[in-house]
Design a protein around this ligand. Sequence first.
Ligand code: GLN
Length: 516
Amino acid sequence: MSGLGKGITAASIGRILKNRGFAVTAVKIDPYLNIDAGTMNPGQHGEVFVLSDGGEVDLDLGNYERFLDIDLSSRHNITTGKIYRSVIEKERRGDYLGETVQIIPHITDEIRSCIRSAAEEGIPGEGPADVCLVEVGGTVGDIESMPFLEAVRQMRGDLPHTDTVLLHVTLIPEDTMGDLKTKPTQHSVKALRELGLLADLIVGRGERPIGPHTKRKISAFCDLPVQGVVSAATVPDIYQVPMEMEKEGVAEVLSSHLGLAPVKTNNEWYSLVSREYTSRVHVAVVTKYGIEDVYLSIKEALKHAGRALSTEVKITWLDAERHEEHPLGEFDGVLIPGGFGKRGLEGKIEAIRFARTQKIPLLGLCLGFQLSVVEYARNVLGWEDATSAEIGEGKHVIAILPEQEGVTDLGGTMRLGNYPVTLKQGSLAMKIYGQKEIIERHRHRYEVNPVFLPELEKGGLVFSGIWKNRMEICEIPDHPFFLATQFHPEFRSRPTRPAPAFLGFVEACSSQRCRG
Ligand code: GLN
């Protein structure tokens, strides 16, 4: 079922295999009818993750990129919407001429060919993969996931036995007496079997680890050897999951099933995640949704930077509409994330004003960048009616991108994905990145209005990152750390390669703490 940790489980398994020298890629299947996650409400579905090629995808793709340290492409997120669109387009073109177009075989064939083409793409920009993880979202037995599970069954039948391995992630709940219950697992395994699928490995998720007794019981009821039953209890840090799975012998079961002989073993990941923290900072993230999942990549990027600096980052998620309840002066840094729409904007602008005037480190991302410009225009230049065209009437220091004018479709039409940015010599941005040309991911419709640019610059706001005539980074000199970016550095941050903007921010928060 959703929320169980299938994505983290699969990503961790991928990491274990990568640690052994295998090239690993991943595909996420989302059985909903949306073409992609771009138009979905993050409050319900979690963050919309953005790929290098501009794909707006499920947040699990972010987990795959972070655990495997690879860049994926849109092809690696398959949805029912994409499958049906493609089949219907083929039907209209006449590709199926004469045939009655049906779920089996046409939809299942399309699913198989999409899985295959993503697997064959391997690691985008790098080369072929030894192993492709395919995560089927949803719940066994759901109507929506049926065609996908059927396609998996067909593929398993077609390929040599040792080419595929099937993992089933199940919930192992505890009853009121504290006993672990295997009944839900027995039922879902039965449901899988009815679809012609036999699990080679069962991953039992729960708050508590499952012991030998429970494992034996699952093994007996579900027809698989006891080594095929793996305990996956909740751990404080998701990056520890590969270590836990390693201890459970998952790598051995998978390697023997798939006939993979390890190339080399690399323990870099394990030493990274077991590093001790020597200091701590407290950061406020001023948000529209008080839900962590909406800002998952930001949370992870702060963790990556913190880990590299041996600094534990404690995050408080503040509601932008009620942030006065929590005085910002208590924090070592303020982060203003991206967002859309009007709600909570004035609170975010007020938080930026506070961080600017009280000299608290500030990192603004996308909407956070745009509002930093609005705040500066209002409170430093004295343009009281300065605002963004997205908000309403007034002096539009933030305007719609020219190419966005007249765009009516919402799906996949923003300025999306990788664009280069050139940094200004001698700026804070240049110091943080250590190079003049960078590439970052984007997702926006608005930009700094070029009409007001000369006056904003004359008034002291420094635009230290640009792309053509587009402003990408702003900073304020004479402040311990005030950096805001039109792009989203959080999407490229990895545990093994923290995003420079986050590293700079967490470092500034540490210095702030020492000063305070
Ligand atoms: N709403 C703003 C825009 O579309 C900011 C987008 C964002 O924060 N991702 O430009």
